[in-house]
Design a protein around this ligand. Structure first.
Ligand code: ATP
Length: 367
């Protein structure tokens, strides 16, 4: 089922009547193709949950429209939209068994959709099979691990075979290892069922690893939509560049003069096509080439050996990050001498941003 959002807006009145409304979702327009998994990504308070609540019908929009396929569902009640939803706190009924929890949404079906006990049991087993918990059907939620509870919540959302699946921070209660395992599981279930899915998270790595496309949001406004790698390689502004990537992008204050990019006294890169003036520079950790007499000199702090790669940790007075992290090959210690380390830069891993607007500035030899 394709989902289309057209100029979707949600305002909440401010409790302090003298202050302006909170615009939680501001003029969203985008289309999610049938069968895809979209990651909705952004910091706390950017409007992710509100967007999901609008799509499933728990909130009414202040403006704009929502379509499922060709059907305008903007005014439809949540129960007839055919949406499955999984929340951060799984919200399982503690006194019911796993089987009863999964069957629960099927019990309210009315008219022709009504199912017999056997049909409900069969559907519950099918959903439980998808998330591989068929052997836990007679336990109560209190007798399950966090990961198992999460699977029950997913099975309950899947049991009606919804056209749309919404997942709101479904992994945040799990430990690191289980998070990794469960996110792969979600991707597997999503691809095998082909259900159009929106996955909300503030964890960029999580969103990038399982999504067909990501939507990066800030203060209720969409910043950028694209395939994870595309957005990483071509951020449209400083916010997106900083939000994606671990270790994070390294930000410097710089100046462009006659096609040369300067950091302090050093001429670090040729950047044709940019007018002279101050800029913000973003350098991805993989954008540094350690080199004797390289063009950028930093003060060496530490060499962290991480198996396949090394992380050179250094500092520079014009770097806004507390430390610069550069990822280089494990056996490469070139350019480190007398407490200093020097680098050349890979042009396609360097981004320049307008100092005032934060918009990206493209230069000839960059991306
Ligand atoms: P988090 O990651 O912290 O859950 P989020 O991105 O999901 O955040 P939302 O919960 O959608 O953000 O909230 C977006 C904005 O709308 C926030 O500024 C929030 O304070 C505001 N907001 C949400 N619900 C209401 C409400 N019922 N009344 C007033 N303001 C609200």
């Amino acid at each position: 089922m394709k989902i289309v959002l057209e100029h979707l807006t949600k305002r909440f009145p401010n409790r302090d009547k003298k202050k302006e409304d909170v615009v939680a979702v501001n003029d969203f327009s985008f289309e999610i193709p049938d069968g895809k998994l979209i990651g909705l990504l952004g910091p706390s308070g950017c409007g992710k949950s509100t967007t999901l609540n609008l799509i499933c019908g728990l909130e009414k929009p202040s403006g704009g429209k929502i379509f499922f396929g060709e059907e305008d569902v903007t005014e439809l009640a949540p129960e007839v939209r055919g949406v499955g939803m999984v929340f951060q706190n799984y919200a399982l009924y503690p006194h019911l068994t796993v089987r009863q929890n999964i069957i629960f949404p099927l019990q309210n079906l009315k008219g022709d959709a009504r199912l017999s006990r056997e049909e409900m049991e069969a559907k519950a087993m099918e959903a439980a099979g998808l998330v591989q918990i068929t052997e836990l059907m007679d336990r109560r939620p209190g007798e399950l691990s966090g990961g198992q509870q999460q699977r029950v919540a997913i099975a309950r959302a899947l049991v009606k075979m919804p056209g749309v699946l919404l997942l709101d921070e479904p992994l945040s209660n799990l430990d690191a290892r289980l998070r990794l395992q469960t996110r792969e599981e979600i991707r597997r279930i999503q691809t095998s069922t082909g259900i159009t899915t929106i996955f909300v998270t503030h964890d960029q790595e999580e969103a990038m690893s399982i999504s067909d496309s990501i939507v990066v949001m800030k203060d209720g406004v969409i910043q950028q939509i694209g395939k994870p790698q595309e957005v990483y390689d071509h951020p449209v502004n400083l916010f997106v560049a900083k939000f994606l990537g671990t270790p994070p992008i390294n930000i410097f204050d710089g100046v462009v003069k006659d096609g040369h990019l300067r950091i302090g006294e050093e001429d670090v890169l040729d950047v044709k096509g940019i007018k002279d003036g101050e800029v913000i520079i973003g350098i991805r950790p993989e954008g540094f080439i350690p080199k004797e007499n390289g063009r950028l000199t930093c003060t060496m702090s530490a060499l962290e050996v991480m198996g396949r790669d090394n992380s050179i940790v250094s500092t520079h007075p014009l770097c806004q990050n507390p430390v610069i992290r550069s990822i280089v090959q494990a056996d490469d210690v070139t350019g480190i001498r007398d407490g200093k380390v020097s680098f050349d830069l890979k042009p396609h891993k360097v981004f320049l941003f307008d100092k005032d607007s934060g918009e990206v500035l493209s230069f000839e030899n960059g991306r």
